[in-house]
Design a protein around this ligand. Sequence first.
Ligand SMILES: *Cc1c(COP(=O)(O)O)cnc(C)c1O
Length: 425
Amino acid sequence: MQHIETLCLQAGYAPGNGEPRQIPIVQSTTFKYDTSEDMGKLFDLEASGYFYSRLQNPTCDHVAAKICALEGGTAAMLTSSGQAATFYAVFNIASCGDHVVSSSSIYGGTYNLFAVTMKKMGIEFTFVSPDCSEEELNAAFRPNTKAVFGETIANPALTVLDIEKFAKAAHDHGVPLIVDNTFATPILCRPLQWGADIVTHSTTKYMDGHASAVGGAIVDGGKFDWMAHADKFPGLTTPDDSYHGIVYAEKFGQGGAYITKATAQLMRDFGSTPSPQSAFLLNLGLESLHVRMERHCENAQAIAQFLQQHPKIEWVRYSGLPGDPYYATAQKYLPKGSCGVVSFGVKGGRKAAETFMKHLQLGAIATHVADARTCCLHPASSTHRQMNDQELLAAGVSADLVRLSVGLENKEDLIADLAQALEQV
Ligand SMILES: *Cc1c(COP(=O)(O)O)cnc(C)c1O
């Protein structure tokens, strides 16, 4: 197989003789056919092709194919946001009356989606610490459990998931492990190689990398045997009446069933489709993902080391730092680096954090993370403000936590900016 650096540039689109060098933006809602019969075959999933961009679009499919190759999957789809990707990934295999086990250390928006919105849809979630023992993890399962969920590097807690531990528990209970790989990206970690079955992304972050387009992606590793657990996953293993009774796991096989179902049913009915323009921008980001991730890691490592020895800093969390609780786990799953996000507490708590942030000149205050320019955020007063102190603690977010997303600027300039802002505290 080609190296991941090559895939970043070349996977997903191979122009023919005289065709455009760059992925064409197919800005068309619909596609024309000569006969109704031709089109009917597409509606019946008898033939593959395009008819309406809510379901599929060639630009989006080329980019999905690239992400699929980067993660080492068998099928992939883009969504209009990371939130849509998470929702589809879970809802594709869990519905009213079902149950899901999730790491408690997850993105605030995902927590809200699971604990509030999907709960209203009748799906229950049990949240477990990413550091739980195997016994605790196994005890979280119920007969109606349909999936396990976690984040490779959690946003914003920066815990590192023991993917093998979670995959084993999931498989022992006959369900797949879904991993949100947004912060690590396939450059730093490929969860499918460690036993995860499905990978999700907010492509809004490092994959796009320039704060240009909101988007998401879902990749199926094709290794989970739906038919072997047919009773648990009737949506994949019994006839779909809305497509003349096809059985996804039979017709599209282990490698294609999950994404085909998510496209044919969830995209059709919910329509969280990315625009071809956004997919094009995402692809530009993917072309340099490998180069950028290396620099993000290098800069963040230097900044984490600077903060660690600074007298006004209470604590630093970066799994690339020896002594970090996740250092050993990161050495195993993230040997190339721990991404560009560093979190820390400024001595003096919430107020000191606010003063420090106000004085940053290069680091902008933004509800964003993982793009080329350095930015920072105080989660307790923004993304996680719906949580009480106990829930914050379970999510690994203390009230003084500052999340710094280290960009691609010169690291000495960044350190100088942090130093002058800390002087104001
Ligand atoms: C941002 C983020 C999401 C949500 O993605 P959007 O593109 O903002 O909808 C999900 N998971 C993680 C880890 C994120 O950082």
